[in-house]
Design a protein around this ligand. Structure first.
Ligand SMILES: NC(=O)c1ccc[n+]([C@@H]2O[C@H](COP(=O)([O-])OP(=O)(O)OC[C@H]3O[C@@H](n4cnc5c(N)ncnc54)[C@H](O)[C@@H]3O)[C@@H](O)[C@H]2O)c1
Length: 313
């Protein structure tokens, strides 16, 4: 198939591109390199036999329509986004410009180019707001409201997906991702607690935990997330599916596991909790199991070991 991946030079997107090429698909990557790196596509691009092309462009620009029309993809995987929750609070207009307006431009391009299916990366950690302990792991039917502009923009896009499905018959699946971790997550970035902690431990630098460290997250390995995108090419039409393990791991627990893997000996330093962060998160992925045939394969320990190996490689 011809597949177009927006955000394909990013952490998750580039892992997805490698998998799609490995599966024999023809891939066009669209990315403005605002947080992604061309180096993430090195493996894909260094092999002259692989059918991959790269278009550096902003999804909010008119050039997007031309790129989609030229690539004529059957499937679009949409991962390009403003992903920084705190930045979305500071500059909600920019967040909406990229995440909402950019996506509507992409949907229009899909419509005119006759794209059959769009798979969207939404945020399982932000679209449901702050579910109570009794609602965890949270299911797709949970009726919470986002507490950040980032969560609101992701949720808003889901409404557009319904609309484009109804108006034009565009097939879509929204994958609500838990906390994704793994190779290529930027240790200097904002998003990934795993890569930040592991990166600092490997450099034997002090590690700061915000709050008491008993806040929990649902950590899912990037290869498992990539598998969900691949399955959604054929299945799960018109649905939001949670992609997570359903298990809560505390930041203190994560710290201990990473310290053990990296041989780090220092105790953590604790700093005041950051405002706006949710206390507990975990996603119920039964719908993904039933509709996509998806299950997380990698244990946290195995995924962390692979991430640390990549960071040291
Ligand atoms: N990492 C996670 O834990 C997580 C969790 C839930 C959802 N997601 C979603 O998954 C997707 C990928 O996230 P990631 O962690 O790989 O982040 P990332 O920052 O590595 O990837 C995002 C990519 O989009 C590109 N991009 C940003 N704005 C763009 C624009 N205007 N035009 C073109 N390209 C643009 C960036 O350069 C980058 O390559 C995002 O949509 C994010 O919201 C990620």
């Amino acid at each position: 198939m011809r597949v177009l991946v927006t955000g394909g030079a990013g952490f998750i997107g580039s892992n997805l591109v490698d998998r799609l090429l490995g599966d024999g698909h023809e891939v066009t990557v669209v990315d403005d390199l605002s947080t992604g790196r061309l180096g993430n596509l090195h493996q894909a691009r260094q092999n002259p036999g692989l059918p991959v092309s790269f278009q550096r462009l902003d999804i909010t620009s008119e050039a997007l329509e031309v790129a989609v029309e030229k690539a004529k993809p059957q499937v679009v995987m949409h991962l390009a986004a403003q992903i920084d929750v705190r930045r979305s609070v500071e500059d909600p207009v920019h967040d909406a410009m990229v995440n909402v307006v950019g996506t509507v431009r992409l949907l229009e391009a899909c419509r005119t180019a006759g794209v059959e299916k769009l798979i969207f990366a939404t945020s399982g950690g932000c679209i449901y707001g702050e579910p109570g302990a009794e609602d965890l792991p949270v299911a797709e039917s949970y009726d919470g409201h986002p507490e950040s502009p980032y969560g609101a923009s992701k949720r808003g896009v889901e409404e557009y997906l319904h609309t484009y499905g109804a108006l034009y018959g565009l097939r879509w699946t929204a994958l609500a991702l838990a906390n994704v971790y793994g190779p290529r997550q930027d240790p200097a970035g904002e998003a990934g607690v795993v890569s930040i902690l592991a990166g600092r431990m490997l450099d034997d630098l002090p590690v700061t935990i915000f709050g008491d460290g008993e806040q929990t997250r649902d950590f899912v390995f990037v290869d498992d997330v990539v598998q969900a995108f691949v399955l959604a090419m054929e299945r799960g039409h018109g649905l939001r599916c949670n992609i997570g393990t359903g298990e809560q791991t505390s930041v203190n627990g994560l710290y201990r596991m990473l310290a053990d893997i990296t041989g780090y000996r220092r105790p953590p330093e604790y700093a005041p909790e950051r405002p706006g962060e949710i206390r507990h998160a975990a996603l119920d992925a039964h719908l993904a199991a039933a509709e996509l045939g998806w299950r997380p394969e990698r244990t946290l320990r195995a995924g962390l070991e692979q991430t640390v190996t990549w960071l040291t490689g």
